[in-house]
Write a protein that binds this ligand. Structure first.
Ligand SMILES: Cc1ncc(COP(=O)(O)O)c(C=O)c1O
Length: 456
């Protein structure tokens, strides 16, 4: 393994600001000299000094040959993969790139239905025809073999860990994909730390062809930074590079890039020790939840113990989230039946007493209601539907129409409708239920949906 204490990007940034007296390039705030004082006072002067983009010897994100290439090589070495790409537009851009790189005109991709909306955007951009593994079905090698045997696909796209920390077993799925000469693409946005401690599940890099991770979510990099690993296929890596070249900004933030270099060095040199402390805190928090009647923690199969899913048996997750927020404790997300907490080594000072207090305060108030998200049938590809002429239609009159948009209720943040799907009674009821519970539905405009214009 390479010397993982190296930080080529951090070093290059420091050298640059020492060498540069005057900047006649972007950004316009010129190292902070032109920044608005209240913002500078709030963020500190160093943020502006280091807020640079491609200049001097700082390399080129789209075609790296210098310090970015060195930093990416160190990350690839750490994860044991052939190529790692640094991303400045989150795992979102990685998902777009992997779907574009895997696609061919008229291609097909098998996906689980609980995807992030970036995967829907990837379908729109790539033009791929999705075939969803229906909601409520377990995602395993058997079902994937059946679907690939019925009709070949360019790729299988899975999310692991899922929103509740569950990690599906990829070993057999990967074997099935190989037998069908199908790429296995994994959205591991929530799993950059996996594999760095014996008590954690292994990372999907062990089995998949392409894996995207957001170290900003569960490791130490800055929000919006991410990386994508291509495991062994150099030609596939070239296709990903080509897609990223047109998808990513031409002014990447070196704050984000340097933070990826730092997060990699931190995971490599201190990861095990830091994860020890995070796991201890998570255990302590789980024990606290167990002590309060009416609550339990989800603990099914292989799961990430650093994602604590508090199941609320006698109240709703929203009620618990509110009680927590009143005490200054902000969860990752809340659903009708649960609250999800992300724990990292940054939480070592958290006092579980405060969590217990919040749990005690909401006992026995109301029962959660859970509704399974339906999986509507597809009438046309997401790309064709998104680009077609469309009109607005009241939700209650939309049955039988084809969605032209991605419709995503928050929570849970999983698209309920993908462009091209036929709006049926069941999905109308589901969306109405979310709205009735007082939640936000992205893609619902004043109670109306964008639907494909009828040709007749
Ligand atoms: C499963 C999953 N995939 C992808 C993403 C997108 O990641 P990012 O926010 O880094 O773009 C998210 C974000 O919440 C996610 O939960």
């Amino acid at each position: 393994m390479k010397d993982q204490r190296q930080t080529p990007l951090l070093d290059a940034l420091k050298e640059h600001i020492q060498a540069e007296k005057w900047s006649f390039h972007t950004p316009g705030h010129k190292g902070g000299r032109g920044a608005w004082t209240p913002l500078k006072d709030m963020l500190g002067a160093d943020v502006f000094r280091y807020d640079l983009t491609e200049t001097g010897r700082l390399d080129d994100l789209a075609m790296p040959t210098g310090v970015i290439a060195q930093a990416e090589e160190l990350a690839a070495d750490l994860y044991g993969v052939c190529r790692t790409f640094f991303l400045v537009q989150g795992s979102t851009v990685g998902v777009l790139a992997m779907l574009m790189a895997a696609s061919s005109t008229g291609g097909r991709v098998v996906l689980e239905r609980s995807i992030h909306r970036s995967a829907v955007a990837g379908l729109i951009l790539s033009g791929m025809r999705p075939v969803f593994i229906g909601t409520g079905k377990s995602v395993d090698a058997g079902i994937i073999d059946q679907m690939l045997s019925e009709e070949p696909a360019q790729a299988v796209f899975l999310v692991r860990p899922d929103y509740r920390g569950r990690c599906i077993d990829l070993k057999e799925i990967a074997r099935t994909c190989r037998e069908h000469a199908t790429l296995l693409l994994v959205d591991e946005a929530h799993g950059p730390h996996l594999g760095f401690h014996p008590q954690l599940p292994k990372s999907a890099v062990e089995w998949a062809d392409v894996v995207v991770q957001s170290p900003h979510k569960l490791a130490g990099s800055l929000t919006q930074s991410a990386w994508l690993h291509v495991i062994r296929d150099e030609k596939l890596a070239e296709r990903i590079a080509r897609a990223l070249c047109i998808l990513q900004t031409s002014s990447p933030s070196y704050l984000l890039l340097a933070s990826l270099d730092a997060a990699r060095a931190q995971l490599a040199t201190e990861g095990k020790k830091l994860l020890d402390s995070a796991l201890r805190k998570s255990q302590e928090m789980r024990a606290a939840v167990k002590r309060v009647p009416g609550f339990s923690c989800l603990q099914e199969g292989d799961f990430d113990p650093l994602k604590i899913v508090i199941l609320t048996h006698e109240c709703t997750g929203y009620q618990l989230a509110e009680a927590m927020e009143q005490r200054g404790i902000y969860p990752e997300s809340a659903q009708d039946d649960a609250v999800v907490l992300n724990v990292t080594w940054g939480d070592s000072d958290f006092s579980v007493g405060e969590l217990e207090e919040a749990l005690q305060s909401v006992r026995g108030s109301r029962s959660p209601r859970v509704m399974q998200m339906p999986c509507p049938a597809l009438a046309m590809t997401p790309r064709d539907a998104f680009l077609s002429a469309h009109e607005l239609c009241e939700l209650q009159y939309a049955a039988g129409r084809v969605s032209a948009d991605v419709v995503t209720p928050y929570p849970p943040g999983i698209p309920a409708l993908v462009p091209g799907e036929i709006i049926d009674r069941e999905i109308i009821e589901y969306i109405a239920w979310i709205v009735g519970s007082g939640h936000r539905v992205e893609g619902l405009i004043g109670g109306r949906l964008r639907v494909v214009m009828d040709r007749g």
